[in-house]
Design a protein. Structure first.
Length: 314
């Protein structure tokens, strides 16, 4: 899908039909015809334009004669086993001579927020500033994703405290996988930002330098958060794996003690159920024999249970 925007005097975006100078071209999972048309109109190599559509593409800055390609990873979600987990996918920003182009394989929150006007003072004709503001918003979106993952970790911890199953632990593994994706992407994005500081191919004004430095700081904070959460999650998984095993052992011990307590009356009644001469069985000729045996069985079982409770085995 291809959409084209131009800045309005009020500082908002207005869609336009044709590509023109100073326009922002947003490509979301574009067709071959759309990428070919944009490539020809803006003078961008077709392979560079399609680079962001490859989920295995790594973050980088590519400087060509007529344009600069900035490739970064952005956070998004995917569904696995009925739940949504965070992953990262490439976002390409092409700073061409007269236009700026963004390319992504799916609609992501970073670009959606730009389109909706949540990012202030965006001008499509100020290509360098536009690029840095998108990168700044991307760094902030990682922090939002990490805060959401923190809540997910807390919820899983509460579930694990009373769990004897592996499902909650498997969900923690999925969270750890998401943190690995995010941490790896943040490190790659940091290299891109540092290269943008050094490169002279992207023309920067003093305000742009300040914005880029703020973006680097924001990205570093997100990287530190991801590292902290990864460490916490790794330690939590080890601890709760032991807790789950201990919970299972506690259940097995309780069941074993109940079996011992219940086996006492079973043994007594089994003895009286044997096909032997009744003259040799105590209380067998008494009217109160059955009630007495039941009472004795209950008393012995209660005594054994009290013994187990005092030993704190129950």
């Amino acid at each position: 899908m291809q959409t084209i925007f131009m800045s309005t005097p009020e500082g908002r975006f207005a869609p336009v039909e044709e590509i023109c100078d100073g326009a922002w071209i947003n490509l979301v999972n574009p067709t071959d015809e759309e990428t070919a048309a944009v490539s020809k109109r803006c003078g961008v190599d077709l392979d560079d334009l399609r680079a962001a559509l490859d989920v295995e593409e790594r973050s980088r800055v590519s400087v060509e004669d007529d344009y600069v390609l900035v490739l970064v990873d952005v956070p998004t979600t995917e569904e696995r086993d009925g739940r949504y987990w965070y992953i990262t996918i490439p976002l390409g920003i092409v700073i061409a001579r007269t236009t700026i182009i963004t390319v992504c394989s799916q609609r992501v929150s970073v670009i959606a927020e730009v389109e909706s006007g949540k990012v202030r003072d965006l001008r499509t004709f100020m290509k360098t500033r536009f690029t840095f503001q998108v990168l700044m918003r991307n760094a902030a979106s990682y922090q939002v994703a990490l805060h959401q993952m923190e809540k997910m970790i807390d919820n899983q911890e509460r579930a694990l405290r009373r769990s004897t199953r592996n499902e909650e632990l498997i969900e923690m593994l999925e969270l750890e996988k998401s943190l690995v994706y995010i941490n790896t992407s943040l490190v790659g994005n940091q290299r891109v930002l540092e290269k943008l500081v050094r490169t002279s191919a992207v023309k920067k004004y003093p305000e742009d330098d300040d914005l880029l430095q703020d973006t680097i700081i924001e990205n570093e904070q997100a990287t530190e958060m991801a590292g902290i959460y990864s460490g916490i999650l790794s330690g939590t998984m080890d601890a709760y794996a032991s807790i789950i095993a201990n919970n299972q052992n506690t259940i097995m011990k309780t069941l074993a003690l109940i079996t011992i307590v219940m086996s006492i009356p079973i043994m007594i009644f089994s003895a009286y159920g044997m096909n032997v001469n009744l003259d040799g069985m105590p209380l067998s000729q008494s009217v109160w024999g059955f009630g007495a045996l039941v009472g004795i069985s209950i008393i012995v079982s209660v005594v054994v249970m009290i013994f187990f409770i005092r030993k704190k085995w129950f």
